[in-house]
Design a protein around this ligand. Structure first.
Ligand SMILES: [Zn+2]
Ligand SMILES: [Zn+2]
Length: 274
């Protein structure tokens, strides 16, 4: 069966779509290779969605969200960044729910039809690139109708308790979300908790911390600074765009290890030969 069949020909998936509750007000739903997070308590009438997965996943996300939030649409969709595995179902979801989409101002050109992302280093793609190539967008995303921009300093009323952290490097307008109260970090692609270049690891997460997905990462110096920035927040719970949640010493030590060995662990070999 091809990947596309796999994505579109399983109507039962929609009925069976279930989130995994991480905290009382944080739930995870996994699309093909990437995570989306639903923030908000099911008992309260306000929630928001972080990222939207690859395309073709909107019906599954809608089904899972309906169950959790009793048919209440999200107050907003937030995109950590605009890559196809995070913004792929954004348009279909915004349309269905008639919900605004928020992204960092520096990510806007990639979401309003101006620019398309190019794999900056296709040589490090490995299994993941060929696995996902049918989902690569053919043209720039066009979300202008729903798109609003935010900056790090901005307070957003519905983001109660959550702060926007600008974490560029992987993309210019990449953001993470941090909640001081319980030190929960929603990281996007600043770090991953599985090896994003290996198709095998996509399906068998092994619980280590890696750098951002390499084939799309634009600026490695900034990418490292962003890992340092989120580590300096001392997160107790890490929810990444790819991979399983992590907490405790595995998280603290994993972040330290990644920062100390960033060159060898995160940056593709031929980039740091010189
Ligand atoms: Zn990405
Ligand atoms: Zn990603």
């Amino acid at each position: 069966m091809s990947l596309d069949d796999n994505l579109t020909n399983h109507p039962n998936d929609y009925e069976h779509a279930e989130v995994t509750e991480i905290l009382e007000d944080v739930a995870l739903y996994r699309t093909l290779v990437s995570n989306v997070y639903m923030l908000g308590k099911p008992s309260e009438k306000e929630w928001f969605l972080i990222d939207t997965g690859v395309k073709h996943y909107h019906e599954r996300i809608i089904a899972a969200a309906k169950k959790r939030f009793n048919n209440v649409p999200p107050r907003a969709i937030l995109l950590t960044h605009g890559h196809f595995d995070h913004a792929g179902s954004a348009k279909a979801l915004a349309k269905y729910w008639d919900t605004p989409i928020y992204s960092h101002a520096q990510e806007k050109p990639y979401l309003d039809g101006t620019l398309a992302y190019q794999p900056v280093d296709p040589t490090v793609g490995g299994g993941m690139l060929s696995l996902l190539s049918p989902l690569f967008p053919q043209k720039p995303l066009q979300l202008s109708k729903w798109l609003h921009t935010i900056t790090e300093e901005q307070e957003i009323s519905f983001l109660q308790g959550w702060k926007i952290i600008h974490t560029p490097g992987h993309t210019p307008g990449h953001i993470s979300l941090f909640r001081e109260d319980d030190r929960t970090l929603i990281a996007g692609d600043v770090v991953t908790t599985e090896n994003p270049e290996s198709a095998l690891a996509v399906f068998f997460p092994i619980g280590k911390i890696y750098g951002p997905p390499a084939f799309f990462t634009k600026d490695w110096d900034l990418a490292k600074k962003s890992v340092e920035k989120v580590a300096s927040l001392h997160p107790k719970l890490l929810l990444a765009g790819h991979g399983l949640p992590m907490k405790g010493t595995a998280l603290t030590e994993g972040l330290e290890h990644l920062i100390t060995n960033f060159h060898s662990l995160a940056i593709p070999k031929h980039k740091n030969d010189d």
